[in-house]
Design a protein around this ligand. Structure first.
Ligand SMILES: Nc1nc2c(ncn2[C@@H]2O[C@H](COP(=O)(O)OP(=O)(O)OP(=O)(O)O)[C@@H](O)[C@H]2O)c(=O)[nH]1
Ligand SMILES: [Mg+2]
Length: 515
């Protein structure tokens, strides 16, 4: 069975950056000739590209796990690591990208749009790049950062100018086949069409696209039949064409009541914000199957009533092709009128959605209560990235991290938030990286905590004074003297004997001599 997939969840993992390299150049007679560790390469981004050649999300349904290449590590002799290759995922035009929470990231509604859906990790700098006049031979390099990893949802919303709606077997697919080059499946059982068919119609100078959707029945809005699910594909259409079956033999059905049912169902369809409700769009009526004599009679009979309700009505036959020309020209007129209006109204400013990394420099400090007093959590793109880049087994690297953090003013903000030396600081969400805060000397925090000319660390002095040292010495001596006296007393009382049971005469003299 052919499957049609119009919604898939992709599990993406963008490549991580390569680590920077620590290396020292060696030359004859000059074993330490300066740092020459190369930078790590960046990972490959994962990019969605809207491609008119692609019509289905089926490939992603079958293989939803996609990952891009990692960056290579830097090497000695200034050799940089290779960059990971960008992974391009072609998707059909009309694909809407949602994040895992369901909010729209971008709508790829025109061909050739590119969207970096999973940014890759950055390569770490090697020690050559970290060298400065003050730090001539860094003994550390930065680590590569992780690429973005997570789920996104792709939803396909076909883009067509005109949507054909109607009961099952009304002849929607037959009509598409008759007016365009599309070859949809046509059969005389309901719900032949399981996914929308697209066709391109050329009417004179005007070229437009049409789509049919699976047949609608009463209660479709509550999920009967194939439900209203598929109406998302007509959300973007300019106009609707009601295809009414005039040759149905089903009891209780006639073109007028069919139309009323469809209208009620369409009214129940919730269009997304900012879009015209389906029934507010221009609509035409096609009375189909007039090649059947009874159908032609019925069509002629109901036509005045439909016209009285304000519709333009066309009597057609998808089989004998009668009336198709007029119908396609009428549809072309609607499409053209709409295009003219859109050309006049200046295009609404394109909303650029930048989901991640809006303000690079910003960080925020959140104060959270913990078991052992307040915990200060630092959140922000840069600090979080810096943590990833730091090799915590390397003291120099940790020092470099501290300098970086101080530079963007984190120390001052921590102080303002009420942190003191020894407070717990966490960088990043969740478990993050936990520190005990040690303010550096140069920070304003330091200057503000202490009066001018003092250093709070000098005040925090727990070295024993001469007096206390003497005191503890005397106490120790007294204790020793007491112990000796006790030992003597026990010896006199005859409590100390050797293995044969004789009293020990000369014991403890050696211990006593070291006083
Ligand atoms: N006589 C006659 N039969 C038609 C005409 N149009 C469609 N049919 C027949 O009606 C039946 C259903 O046609 P489809 O085009 O599959 O109908 P549909 O509206 O796409 O149906 P679903 O996909 O099930 O919603 C087929 O057997 C067609 O041959 C027509 O103009 N005249
Ligand atoms: Mg069909």
């Amino acid at each position: 069975m052919a499957t049609f997939v119009d919604q898939v969840t992709l599990h993406l993992r963008a490549g991580h950056g390569g680590n920077g390299c620590v290396s020292v150049r060696r030359e004859k007679f000059k074993p330490l000739a300066g740092p020459d560790g190369g930078n790590g390469g960046n990972g490959g981004d994962i990019v969605l590209v809207s491609d008119p050649q692609v019509t289905t999300l089926l490939g992603y349904h079958r293989a939803p796990h996609r990952s891009s290449a990692n960056g290579g590590p830097g090497m000695g002799d200034h050799r940089a690591g290779a960059h990971g290759e960008t992974l391009e995922l072609p998707v059909p035009v009309g694909t809407v990208v949602h994040d895992a929470d369901g909010s729209v990231l971008i709508d790829l509604d025109s061909p050739g749009m590119r969207y970096v859906v999973a940014p890759a990790g950055m390569g770490g700098l090697g020690n050559a790049a970290l060298a400065t006049t003050k730090r001539k031979a860094p003994g550390f390099a930065l680590l590569g950062t992780e690429g973005w990893e997570g789920d996104i949802v792709l939803e396909l919303k076909t883009v067509a100018d005109v949507a054909f709606v109607g009961y099952p077997s009304a002849g929607k697919s037959s009509l598409i086949a008759a007016v365009s080059a599309a070859k949809p499946k046509i059969a005389d059982y309901p719900f032949t069409t399981l996914h929308p068919n697209l066709g391109v119609v050329q009417a004179g100078e005007v070229r437009f696209t049409v789509a049919d959707v699976p047949g609608l029945i009463e209660g479709a809005s509550e999920g009967k039949g194939l439900g209203l699910e598929f109406l998302r594909h007509v959300e973007r259409c300019t106009a609707l064409l009601h295809v009414l079956d005039c040759a149905t033999l089903e009891p209780g059905r006639d073109p007028i009541s069919d139309l009323d049912v469809i209208l009620a169902e369409l009214a129940a369809y919730p269009v997304p914000d900012g879009q015209l409700p389906l029934l507010d769009r221009p609509q035409l009526i096609a009375l189909n199957k007039i090649d059947v004599p009874e159908a032609r009679e019925l069509a002629e009979f109901v036509r005045p009533e439909l016209e009285a309700r304000g519709y333009r009505v066309f009597e057609i036959s998808a089989v004998s092709r009668e009336g198709l020309r007029e119908l396609s020209y009428a549809l072309a007129e609607l499409v053209e009128a709409d295009r003219a209006v859109k050309a006049l109204t200046p295009a609404a400013p394109r909303i650029v959605l930048r989901p991640r990394g809006v303000s690079e420099n910003a960080f925020e400090i959140k104060v959270e209560g913990g078991t052992y007093g307040n915990v200060y959590r630092i959140l922000g793109t840069k600090p979080e990235r810096w943590i990833q880049q730091t090799d915590f087994t390397n003291e120099e690297a940790v020092g470099f991290l501290a300098d970086r953090l101080a530079k963007i003013g984190i120390e001052d903000q921590l102080f303002k938030a009420g942190a003191v030396a020894g407070s717990t600081v966490i960088i990043g969400p969740g478990d993050g990286m936990v520190f005990d805060w040690e303010p550096t000397l140069t920070s304003t925090a330091e200057l503000m905590t202490a009066p001018r000319g003092t250093d709070p660390r000098l005040l925090q002095n727990d070295r024993p004074t001469h007096g206390t040292r003497r005191q503890t010495y005397l106490e120790r001596m007294d204790a020793k003297a007491a112990a000796r006296a006790e030992l003597e007393a026990e010896r006199k009382a005859g409590l100390w004997r050797d293995d044969e049971g004789f009293a020990i005469q000369k014991a403890g003299d050696e211990e006593a001599s070291d006083d």
